[in-house]
Design a protein around this ligand. Sequence first.
Ligand SMILES: *Cc1c(COP(=O)(O)O)cnc(C)c1O
Length: 438
Amino acid sequence: MIDRPAHDGRAGARSRELFERAARHIPGGVNSPVRAFSSVGGQPPFIRRAHGCTLETEDGASLIDYVCTWGPALLGHGREEVVDAVCEAARRGLSFGACAAAEGEFAALICASVPSMRDGMVRLVNSGTEATMSALRLARGFTGKTKIIKCDGGYHGHADLLLVAAGSGAATLGIPGSAGVPEGAVRDTLTVPFNDAEATAAALTAHRGDVAAIIVEPIAGNMGCIPPAPGYLQELRRLATEHETVLIFDEVMTGFRVALGGAQERYGVTPDLTCLGKIVGGGLPVGAYGGRRDLMSTIAPLGPVYQAGTLSGNPLGVAAGLKTLQLLIEEDPYGSLERTTRKLVEGLAQASATHDIPVQLAHVGPMFGLFFTARPVANYEDAKTSDLARFSTWHAGMLERGVYLAPSQFEAGFLSTAHDESTIERTLAAAAQVFENL
Ligand SMILES: *Cc1c(COP(=O)(O)O)cnc(C)c1O
């Protein structure tokens, strides 16, 4: 039953019914809190199929998707070659729990693509959370130091030690820490503002000799999209070297998205360790962490830092990730992704100016952000000045017109190779109407 026009992406009768059923047995009806519509109001539409840049809802609406499964779908949904590779792998066995040829091929391709891994090594895991958690354990094990530095509003997955001033769903729901995290787990986590190298230097000095790692999203993406200020990443690199601290770039979101080699390639700054997730699995649950050979050589079974996984490097995830990487290398879509995204962002800037709506817009490659604030946004404090009520109205208006945006002011938007000029034009036509009514 469709109870609204077909282009209306808000939850119709069928989605509402499915949500009610899900909510009986799944907390909040969702298996990850970012999918809930609690901050924008209403209920989430249920998706029955995705293809290219389009989501089809259970109510029969077609939506232009700017969430792209929170990043992984850089090649669009259901890219045939990737699906074929997964199906072929599945027929040979879902998991061996033993060595398989494709793992080495995949690892070699990841290492060749990501500058910090070029002469190093990589370990496959099953999520971004596992990647960051493991990289930090490694940094502590390698340096023998205990403290870590992260940014306010930075999100690095949901491990205990990282749930301090966290972004993404934690920011959206206003619970930047978490109940259930013992004080001891976060005692050694120091936080500083993003884009503030001086604050980082001060923290390193105050805790001289005790800081194992600085972990940072090189382009902040979990408090909205905030590019690094000129020189910021270079300064972090210099400070980490000076203080013999491991510099970790969490490129779970930016890896293979803003360039094949991620933000580190784009900005020419090489961290000691890099965390990957999202695109590296081509839509399946895969994460990875890797970098300097001396560091990676301290992981079991080579060294004393323990980290393991029953399904790590499983054939399906490896098949999807490997095929995705091969296609990205073969097709080099980064120039065209940049142009399409610029067209979108420039169009949004124009439409908001026409209707006198103060916004801050940013994009780096096919990753973009729109804040409803007049204040330039360089960190989480700035991002929090956004008009959240206005964001909710914007979100609902776009959804009603068939454009699916992340249901939070504090999330980035993503394009894929399946978004073309006409997709952007349709999006901007919807945006013009919504800005007019804001
Ligand atoms: C999504 C994300 C994570 C967590 O990855 P999961 O696969 O959801 O565990 C970590 N860091 C960053 C920067 C992310 O965007």
